[in-house]
Design a protein around this ligand. Structure first.
Ligand code: G1P
Length: 322
């Protein structure tokens, strides 16, 4: 089926996207011991916890109803997005308007709700935990390990595709073939690079973390999804897959081949700035990249960084020649 036929088969229904779901129940074991008593979503990226970037992205796209799927030891998340009266009073008394605004911002972002996952059964299961809150409407899922630069408007573009095409929409990024094993990987309609601007395409299949030799493409699924609510029924029947976890990718694989209302998957190719905070090295890179662009700190930090790198290069040269 072509994209045009697919559009006719799945006329967008069930209203527009207003809700965002953010899975945040993971144990953060890659960051131990930092995450022993602090949720990994609360690790600072420059001057804000990582999760705040994600909530800001959702609300910027008009999704002010945010559901976080949490677990044990995640109370700090609820505190962060709640008012902090004592702190606000103290800052007010000092006349520190700047910091007061920073503190208030996180509690003014939207209507944030929480549900617990209970058991760590995988990303697909975390999304299924959102079923009662989401109801029968399309919704966004944002994974906290991926930060999208606020100058890039990926989520807005994905919402537009959902409104035009119906079904579900995933975000794809071209990665080196050997890296595809770290991601969900998409099979797409042939010839997409030659058709139009190649930024929206029909997804024909999906596989979670394939061996590079078996991967259908080098298009990796990144952590932004617009899902049709029919995904819940599919997730409820999806058996554990890779890592013995219920995989969202496996449920989407079924949607990709479905001609039922709400079926079909489109991909939006993202060529913007994505910062991965999923492991220690990527996290450090994300902090540096965002610090260099920071409105207040960027210029001082960049000059320091340039000097630091030059110093390191000089001492490496010294030790090589001595
Ligand atoms: C999850 C998804 C995977 C996706 C990735 C994006 O994997 O299962 O399909 O490509 O997020 O970051 P995780 O990184 O949680 O293992």
């Amino acid at each position: 089926m072509t994209s045009t036929e697919h559009r006719a088969a799945s006329v967008p229904t069930r209203g527009t996207v207003t809700k965002a779901v953010i899975p945040a129940a993971g144990l953060g074991t890659r960051f131990l011991p930092a995450t022993k008593a602090t949720p990994k979503e609360m690790l600072p990226v420059v001057d804000k916890p990582a999760i705040q970037y994600v909530v800001e992205e959702a609300t910027r796209a008009g999704l002010r109803d945010v559901l976080m799927v949490t677990g044990r030891n995640k109370a700090a998340l609820e505190d962060h997005f709640d008012r902090h009266w004592e702190l606000e009073k103290a800052l007010e008394a000092k006349g520190d308007q700047l910091r007061l605004a920073r503190v208030r911002k996180s509690s003014d972002l939207g209507n944030i709700h929480y549900v617990r996952q209970g058991e760590p059964l995988g990303l697909g299961h975390a999304v299924l935990c959102a079923a009662d809150h989401v109801g029968n409407h399309p919704f966004a899922v944002l994974l906290g390990d991926d930060l999208i630069d606020n100058r890039d408007h990926l989520l807005e573009a994905m919402i537009e595709v959902r409104e035009a095409m119906g079904g579900s929409v995933i975000a794809l990024m071209e990665v080196p073939p050997e890296s595809v094993q770290l991601y969900g990987c998409a099979a797409v309609e042939p010839g997409w690079q030659e058709n139009g601007d190649g930024s929206v395409l029909r997804v024909t299949g999906l596989v979670e973390k394939p061996d590079p030799a078996d991967a259908p493409s080098n298009l990796a699924v990144i952590g932004r999804y617009i899902l049709d609510p029919s995904i819940f029924e599919i997730l409820a029947k999806t058996p554990p897959g890779r890592g013995n976890e219920i995989q969202l990718t496996d449920a989407l694989q079924q949607c990709a081949s479905s001609t039922e209302p709400g079926g079909g998957v489109h991909g939006v190719i993202f060529r913007g700035r994505r910062y991965d905070t999923g492991d220690r090295l990527d996290y450090l890179k994300a902090v540096v990249r965002l610090a260099v662009d920071h409105r207040e700190l960027g210029s001082d930090f960049s000059s320091w960084l340039t000097g630091f790198v030059a110093e390191k290069d000089a001492s490496a040269l010294d030790s090589a020649t001595s």
